[in-house]
Design a binder for this molecule. Structure first.
Ligand code: FPP
Length: 247
């Protein structure tokens, strides 16, 4: 049986998040510039997005640009921004045909105006789509998100809109950038690194983690099937015992 046939359609993760890593190393292995790796990384973005829709995964979140990525050489940052614009322009039809809604998380007001305009355009054109929500984390950092959340809640406490005793997980969830998304079920990181790198720290509290040596431009739907198969074999106990779950 193929990997795809082995998947349990009833046990699909509702939210898959991916740290797309290894573009630079992929290009270096081929004796090319890092930007060549990013260009090829966009092909994997397309394949994995389409595959998630096919598998009825409701939410896919991609770490496309972190708050720390601003420190990269200017030419690389410019290339990533250019790729973002061209991908948005080229893929609007793919998003519409597949009924995918696009949204972003992060400090998008720090992005170049042109990128912001393109994003706004695609976000508004796809806002009625229902099959999957594709979230791009752009100029995103999880600690930054948590700080922002605390600030917003503090202002509401100060203005007597929220009472401190009533602050619970749901109040925090409602103030995160990911407020409309469920917790992450499966977090994938490519390229052999086994770190979280300031990505969705609150939201991955009970996520299953899947690390693969495959570099992002080489990551195909077969690799995604493998990650989901691994996820489906695990017992998610959420702090309970195995016996409690079976009862
Ligand atoms: C990590 O590889 C990748 C990134 C920082 C950017 C990811 C961007 C893309 C896949 C292309 C554009 C995205 C979209 C959504 C259209 P790295 O450069 O850190 O690789 P390295 O660790 O091998 O140097």
């Amino acid at each position: 049986m193929s990997k795809k046939e082995l998947l349990h359609t009833q046990k699909m993760p509702k939210h898959v998040a991916i740290i797309m890593d290894g573009n630079g190393r992929w290009a270096k292995q081929k004796g090319r510039l890092r930007v060549f790796g990013h260009e090829n990384g966009t092909k994997s973005v397309r394949e994995i997005t389409e595959t998630c829709v096919e598998l009825n995964i409701e939410n896919l979140t991609l770490y496309a640009f972190s708050t720390e990525n601003w420190k990269r050489p200017k030419i690389e940052v410019q290339t990533l921004m250019r790729l973002l614009i061209s991908s948005l322009k080229n893929e609007i039809k793919t998003l519409q045909d597949n009924d995918i809604r696009l949204q972003t998380i992060g400090n998008t007001d720090e992005l170049p105006r042109k990128v912001q305009r393109e994003l706004q355009d695609v976000i508004s054109q796809t806002k009625g789509n229902k099959k999957m929500t594709l979230t791009l984390a752009l100029s995103y950092g999880s600690r930054d998100e948590i700080i922002n959340t605390i600030k917003q809640i503090s202002i509401k406490v100060k203005n007597n809109i929220i009472s401190p005793e009533l602050i619970d997980e749901s109040v925090i969830n409602e103030h995160l950038y990911t407020r409309n998304l469920p917790d992450v079920d499966l977090l994938i990181r490519t390229s052999g690194e086994q770190r979280i790198s300031n990505f969705l720290l609150w939201q991955i509290a009970y996520a299953e983690l899947f690390f693969t040596e495959v570099l992002w431009p080489d990551f195909t739907k077969e690799d995604l099937y493998e990650a989901i198969l691994s996820y489906q074999k695990r017992e998610r106990r959420f702090g309970k015992t195995s016996e409690q779950l079976k009862a």
